[in-house]
Design a protein around this ligand. Structure first.
Ligand code: TXA
Ligand code: MG
Length: 370
């Protein structure tokens, strides 16, 4: 199958709703095909949520385990009503406050939705994305769209159209290019049907922003910190799989920056001495990579093996900038065929909670120092 990539960058929702290319994309959705499309979080691999065979194909194309349910994307509240059993008042309030946006909520499904979407669970995870291309595609398709992230299962999520192309070319007819995703990590998934309500996956909506609306919201993430294997805290079905991992080995450093610095440099030198191609994802202004020594200053090609996610754009926090760039950085280093990626961890507050959740899952080893 030939995979077409069409350019939708920079267009407003209003223009997109009139765009013949959107009409074409939605005709693919309506006829049971799969389409790669941008959302504000990551790119999605979409199919009509009401078409059982189309959804089956999502699992096949991604190589996704059958027991991992898929998020349903909607563009208006009528679509929500058409697939859920009821909308409790407290949930409706959250929809009004946080949609469209990177927040996914659990509902009891109704019989309109095929069981394959929810991997036979009685609940369905739903969100209204804010990316204009996503909204226009759903609206014009006239059907809710089931979409996981548009990567091959296990690999870092795609935050650019080219990432989708690299993973899925030849397997889907169309990729809609809406430019790089602004958020860069997937949506926050919360379950309000449990008491207390819990965060199943931290993501693009910060817990700090949810707490005023859900004061008893529980986050289990912090307890998992040093205990990747032994956690049995609640999380969504998909979180148990190997995830977000590039081909290179990822080593994550945690702790105070100064303590982190000496460990990072020790690992860097040891791997270099063992003849490995080593890359660094730099997120800590307190760590100076200038004096990494000999290795860096004498081999200019090594400079390409450092990606700095430090940005002084004051509109965004450090954690937001890291979130936006982290998956692309992991993918870039795979393209450069590095053996080892050393990553400087960040503080687990606000967007940092989602970033560290993804990095811990991607990591083969976590080195903590204090
Ligand atoms: O931002 C996002 O959420 C992106 C974009 C494309 O919208 N989508 C995404 O989908 O990240 P995916 O499939 O990569 O991750 C969905 C997560 C999985 O961990 C899955 O187990 C969980 O949501 N999930 C889906 N339905 C669920 C349900 N009914 N109950 C609990 N967890 C659910
Ligand atoms: Mg995913």
């Amino acid at each position: 199958m030939e995979t077409q990539v069409k350019d939708f960058r920079g267009k407003s929702l209003e223009d997109l709703l009139e765009d013949p290319a959107i009409k074409y994309a939605s005709s693919l959705i309506r006829s049971g095909k799969l389409v790669g499309f941008p959302t504000e979080t990551v790119y999605g691999l979409g199919a009509s949520a009401l078409d059982e065979n189309a959804v089956k194909n999502i699992y096949k194309v991604k190589g996704r385990p059958q027991d991992n349910p898929i998020i349903v994307h909607i563009s208006n509240m009528d679509m929500l009503e058409s697939i859920v059993a009821e909308i409790p008042n407290n949930v409706k309030e959250l929809c009004q406050r946080f949609w469209p946006g990177p927040l996914t909520l659990l509902f009891n499904k109704n019989e309109n939705l095929p069981n394959i979407v929810t991997a036979n669970l009685e609940t369905v995870a739903i969100r209204m994305p804010s990316h204009p291309v996503a909204l226009a595609l759903i609206e014009k398709s006239g059907t809710p769209i089931a979409a996981p992230s548009a990567n091959l299962s296990g690999f870092p999520s795609p935050t650019k159209a080219e990432h989708v192309y690299n993973d899925l070319r030849g397997r889907i007819p169309l990729i809609m290019d809406g430019g790089p995703c602004n958020v860069g990590v997937e949506s926050t998934v919360i379950d309000l049907m449990q008491d207390p309500p819990i965060v199943l996956r931290p993501g693009g909506t910060d817990i700090e922003d949810l707490l005023p609306y859900i004061p008893n919201l529980k986050v289990f993430e912090k307890q998992k910190k040093y205990d990747k294997k032994l956690n049995n805290t609640p999380s969504s079905p998909g979180m148990k799989y190997r995830h977000y991992s590039p081909k290179a080995k990822v080593i994550l450093f945690e702790g105070r920056p100064k303590a982190m610095e000496s460990k990072l440099k020790e690992f860097y030198r040891n791997y270099k001495n063992a003849g490995k191609k080593v890359a660094i994802i730099h997120t800590q202004s307190e760590i100076s990579l200038e004096n990494l020594g000999f290795e860096l200053s004498h081999h200019t090609s090594d400079k390409e093996l450092i990606i700095s996610l430090l940005d002084n754009d004051s509109r965004f926090s450090l954690a937001e900038v890291v979130a936006k760039g982290i998956f692309a950085a992991l993918r870039d280093f795979d393209r450069k065929k590095v053996d080892i990626i050393l990553v400087e961890g960040i503080t687990e507050k606000e967007r940092g909670l989602a970033v560290m959740n993804r990095l811990r899952k991607a990591a083969d080893r976590i080195i903590s120092s204090n």
